[in-house]
Design a protein around this ligand. Structure first.
Ligand SMILES: Cc1ncc(COP(=O)(O)O)c(C=O)c1O
Length: 368
């Protein structure tokens, strides 16, 4: 299967190890094993005698039960466990999309949502989010794109890179449009739980009978190193996905399964920790924006990234290359997410470093 280069991941592979200030990252500062044990009071003795076999093939009941608490209407039978959200998205697409199918993808977003359907041979129709709409989808435009021949709508909420959070009534509106066309919706909800006002938005799996939610412990729980994600979907979809999954997953690691379960069982504590960090970083970012004459942005309402427009005459890839070369500050160019003229800035890590890096960036901009 031929597939387009994954621009964001390639950018990371090329530049991340050289960065002094990494503002491209989308994770909230990761938890160490010690921190996780402190927060959760997990007792590891039960792990010492555990045989390191494949474990529960579709994920342990302990894990699935904890994941169900992230939803209103899901039960064990509606869940399967995957290698991160990246594995979840891919499995859904490989299971449901055939060559020639019509897919509607809402971008900017994680490249999987349009490049995998394209690689399968689907006819991919793009709905662009616009800054003037605070990066929320225009439902009239969506309605025009979605027809009875549409197999699936691929989207992401809260959104990477813009930080927009689709209000619940608008999500219901999207479900209505899909319902009329009998189309699936795959909603990548990897940042759901990191809404800045503390109100977790509705999941597509809870509000739409053909809604599929993918997520993981990478962002909301700061445990990207576990590589543990899931799909919440109607039982028939889970059946299809599990069939596909036999070929690329077997099971996830049993230690990952265990640590993810205890993290999700303690979700209030971990989400509180992460929201505090995000809000601290967001304050640094918004204060910086107030005084930075070359940059502005629609203020993010969820997740860990802002999509910042800049007013100098340079392509975003050239800007980011030169900025990093000159100063060690790494920012992600909008071109890697199909929108030149923008930069993605992650603000969920160390706020002091963030502040320093943003002022280095401002100083650098003055000299261009
Ligand atoms: C929107 C989105 N989906 C999926 C992923 C992959 O996440 P995971 O670590 O859960 O595989 C990312 C990672 O940045 C993301 O931003």
């Amino acid at each position: 299967m031929k597939i387009d280069k994954f621009k964001v991941e390639e950018w990371f592979n090329k530049y991340e190890h050289k960065a002094i200030y990494d503002l491209a990252d989308t994770c909230v500062e990761s938890l160490s094993v010690n921190e996780l044990l402190d927060i959760t009071n997990a007792n590891l003795t039960e792990l010492y005698t555990r045989k390191l076999n494949y474990g529960d093939i579709h994920g342990s009941n302990k894990l699935k039960d904890s994941i169900c608490t992230m939803y209103k209407k899901q039960s064990r039978e509606n869940i399967t466990i995957t290698h991160g959200t990246i594995g979840a998205n891919q499995l859904v697409m490989l299971s449901l999309i055939d060559s020639g199918d019509k897919v509607v993808s809402i971008i900017p977003t994680y490249q999987q949502h349009y490049s995998i359907p394209k690689s399968i041979g689907a006819n991919v129709n793009i709905l662009y989010l616009r800054e003037k709409n605070n990066w929320l989808p225009d439902l009239d435009e969506l309605e025009k794109l979605v027809g009875h021949d549409t197999k699936i709508i691929c989207m992401n909420n809260p959104n990477n890179p813009t930080g927009a959070v689709i209000p619940d009534d608008m999500l219901e509106g999207i479900a209505q449009i899909a319902r009329r066309a009998n189309a699936f919706i795959l909603c990548d909800e990897v940042y759901r739980g990191l809404e800045h006002n503390g109100e977790i938005s509705k999941s597509i799996a809870d509000i739409y009978e053909k809604g599929i939610s993918t997520s993981s412990v990478s962002k909301v729980f700061s445990l990207a190193g576990l590589r543990l994600g899931w799909i919440a979907a109607p039982k028939e979809v889970i059946k299809e996905v599990n069939h596909q999954r036999e070929y690329n997953t077997i099971s996830v690691g049993i230690l990952d399964d265990y640590f993810a379960s205890v993290a999700i069982e303690n979700k209030e504590k971990i989400i509180k920790r992460n929201l505090n960090k995000i809000l601290e970083g967001k304050k640094v970012l918004t204060n910086w924006l107030k005084n930075e004459k070359y940059c502005h942005c629609s203020i993010p309402q969820g997740g860990t990234t802002a999509f910042v427009k800049y007013d100098i005459d340079m392509k975003s890839t050239d800007l980011c290359k030169k900025l990093q070369q000159d100063t060690g500050v790494m920012i992600l160019p909008g071109e890697t997410m199909e929108l030149d003229g923008y930069l993605r800035i992650g603000y969920g890590n160390n706020p002091d470093k963030l502040k320093k890096a943003l002022y280095i960036f401002s100083d650098w901009l003055e000299h261009q």
